[in-house]
Design a protein around this ligand. Sequence first.
Ligand code: MSP
Length: 533
Amino acid sequence: MSKKFYITTPIYYPSASPHLGHAYCTTLCDVIVRGKRMRGFETFFLTGLDEHGEKIQKNAEAKGVTPQEFVDEVATRFLSLWDAMKISNDDFIRTTQPRHEKTVQKIFSTMLEKGDIYLSTYTGWYCVHEESYWTATQVGDDHLCPECGRPCEKKDEEAYFYRCQKYVDDLLDFYDQNPLFITPESRKNEMVNTFIKPGLMDLCVSRTSFSWGIQVVENPSHVVYVWLDALTNYITALGYLQDDDSLFQKFWMDEETEIVHVIGADINRFHTIYWPMFLTSLGLRRPSRVFVHGLLMMKDGKMSKSKGNAISAYPLIERYGVDAVRYYLVSEVPFGQNGTFTPEQFVMRINQDLVNNFGNLMNRTVSMIIKYFGGVVPAYNAPCDALDEELDASIRATKVAYEALNDDLQVTQAYEKVMELISRANKYIEEKAPWALAKDEAKKGELEGVMARLAHVVYAGALMLSPILVEKCGEVYATLGIDKPDYEEIDKLGVLAGNEVHKGEVLFPRLDAVKETEAIIEMMNGPKEKAAA
Ligand code: MSP
């Protein structure tokens, strides 16, 4: 039976157009899931939009349109971006869809019947931007939101509350029994020490001060709090409590399925404290892992639309191709850590890894196969020396490491291993000097082995890089005369023997550092978004 894997991105607020920071998270998830698919896992990849809440309502009012019109328009921008970034999601959930709204109402009713939700009054400091209430201590004397620094408003309203205290011990036991649940581990300590240990207050889960939300059936003046609404998308999209819940049974309830939520640190509290509690209330299993990734920053801090320092992915894709942008995101910002976008680093990363390393290896290999063997990949033969042995061992070891690192969500490191194999092969060319072997008839066998090995590294490299380089790997396969690339062939050295190679276009043209840095700076100053289709 194939292994099952379910991965989700946060559902983004369609309050403004998406930027490269949103693309970062979605691309990383896409790379992870494509890697699993290639290895034969049965997968489901979900992304979507979190369309309710006061902020959306206010943005729509400011534009003079209804909230639904507002989110419909922004949704097209997210969809165009995912299309341009070649995101392979299986579903796109929008919390205004009836399938979601009806299920959230059922979930709320279940929790109410069970006594996990009760009616009371809320007094607190509310940040419209973060959709969060804070205590007087948290907002301090200036009444500023501890998350975003914006002013909070004091609010008093009748509200439903979720009984957190009932589940807190169970949650801490769950953390202990599942040490990988929150990764990196520092993120778990933050939750326990900052939020749980000081005493977790019951969570306010309804609002009466605005109407753009899912109505509470039992009390229609209330709408469901946007976070209770939003978190449940991960199960409503799979058909939970709907006529056809086969995806839900397969990708959620089956204990064998690995469920991974990928999120930014800003929303860790909701995913690792409240979400597991909500699931326990509903008698459902909890996710396997919540992976907290770092942020893509700009030199002047977090990339954000409201700060006006966000860079759009479109001009980068147009100028350098989607593969270069995807590669940059995976390699430059180690998954789990913050990284800073700079034009210089973007250009350097592409030149160093894709042009000088991978593209160069392919180019040299193909040219030499054409020159020495009339364009036909020679047969692989037993190692002639320690260098051959070492390269063979590196190919196998890289596949093992690549899988283990990917399975552990150390995505950046997994792809670093592939680049190391490719640079090893470039160095092997210098060490073996095929041009010298070609001059000596007695060394013909050795030369055959060298070229067979190099062709195989190009093939293995392309297979392992294919979750990132969704366009260019096809060109590599065509160059090597491969019709049906097969990941399992990485271990089959010699499988390319007899293939006819073709010299195609340059895989990644070298970027002129000065000129391209200037071009990117211009993009950063230029129009920030592409108009919706
Ligand atoms: N709607 C909520 C999430 C609900 S999930 C049930 C939300 N939306 S958001 O639009 O603000 O998106 C937040 C997420 O977008 C972050 O957690 C992070 O994954 C991603 N990013 C937003 N800006 C980013 C960067 N600058 N860099 C990397 N990721 C970024 O919170």
